[in-house]
Design a protein around this ligand. Structure first.
Ligand code: 13P
Length: 256
């Protein structure tokens, strides 16, 4: 089954509105040659930068994402952002359950699940992040950890809903460390994730789900990673913060 490549930049807590606008103004021209049917290109700025970036990318092939979403429609949830607030700004994708949210902000598989359901109900494409810590991998627990995250995070989704979800596999030991999983190690793990999705939702759904790799992905390793059978793109941190490096990464990924 052919799956469309999806490359998303997770800007994390970087770029003011003015800086974000400048970044996408430069990026637009650099990726204008990428046909919309070959790849989805997404940028996920911090909340305060989304509006300016949304304006700047109008009419381009760059799509807008957010880094989180709350499950309630509105109410007393200080510091949180609702689906309607994101909708109004033209957001189409939402990163959910990033390892930094799990590590530092108490995100659990249960809250991931609530956010995923809210995102789907509002018509967003959730990018659901899973990944093991270094000690999990070293003690042979990678598959157990990923299974638990997938089972919990995707609990109760219908097949139709799952068909709209993107999974991002981000080994925590590879994030921002310069240590990338080798294409072989990444592929082995992506294959495990796909087999798990096939078991949970049936092959016809599981084979269609796009699974991104994330963790020190850059222009130099993008082609080899995306060339793997079960790697359908990337979720990019550091290399997405500079227009030239993100554009190079996207072009190289499309050669894979
Ligand atoms: P880096 O690309 O900076 O390693 O970050 C990966 C990541 O966490 C993307 O969500």
């Amino acid at each position: 089954m052919s799956r469309k490549v999806i490359i998303a930049g997770n800007w994390k807590m970087n770029k003011t509105a003015a800086e974000g606008k400048a970044l996408v103004e430069a990026l637009k021209g650099l990726v204008a040659d990428v046909p919309a049917d070959k790849a989805d290109i997404v940028v996920c700025p911090p909340f305060t930068t989304i509006a300016a970036v949304g304006e700047a990318i109008k009419g381009s092939n760059i799509k807008l994402g957010a880094q989180n979403i709350h499950w309630a429609a509105n109410g007393a949830f200080t510091g949180e952002i609702s689906a309607d607030m994101l909708k109004e700004l033209g957001v189409e994708y939402v990163i959910i359950g990033h390892s930094e949210r799990r590590q530092y902000f108490g995100e659990t598989d249960e809250t991931v699940n609530k956010r995923v359901k809210a995102a789907l109900a509002a018509g967003f494409t959730p990018i659901v992040c899973v990944g093991e810590m270094l000690e999990d991998r070293e003690s042979g627990k990678t598959e157990k950890v990923l299974f638990t995250q997938l089972e919990g995070g995707l609990a109760g989704l219908s097949k139709e809903e799952m068909a709209k979800v993107v999974i991002a596999y981000e080994p925590v030991w590879a994030i921002g460390t310069g240590k990338t999983a080798t294409p072989e190690v990444a592929e082995e793990t992506h294959n495990f994730i796909r087999m798990t999705l096939n078991d949970m939702f049936g092959r016809e759904i599981g084979e269609g789900v796009r699974i991104q790799y994330g963790g020190s992905m850059k222009a130099e390793n993008a082609k080899e990673l995306v060339a793997q059978r079960n790697i359908d793109g990337g979720l990019i941190g550091g290399a997405a913060l500079v227009a030239e490096s993100f554009s190079k990464l996207i072009h190289n990924a499309l050669l894979g």
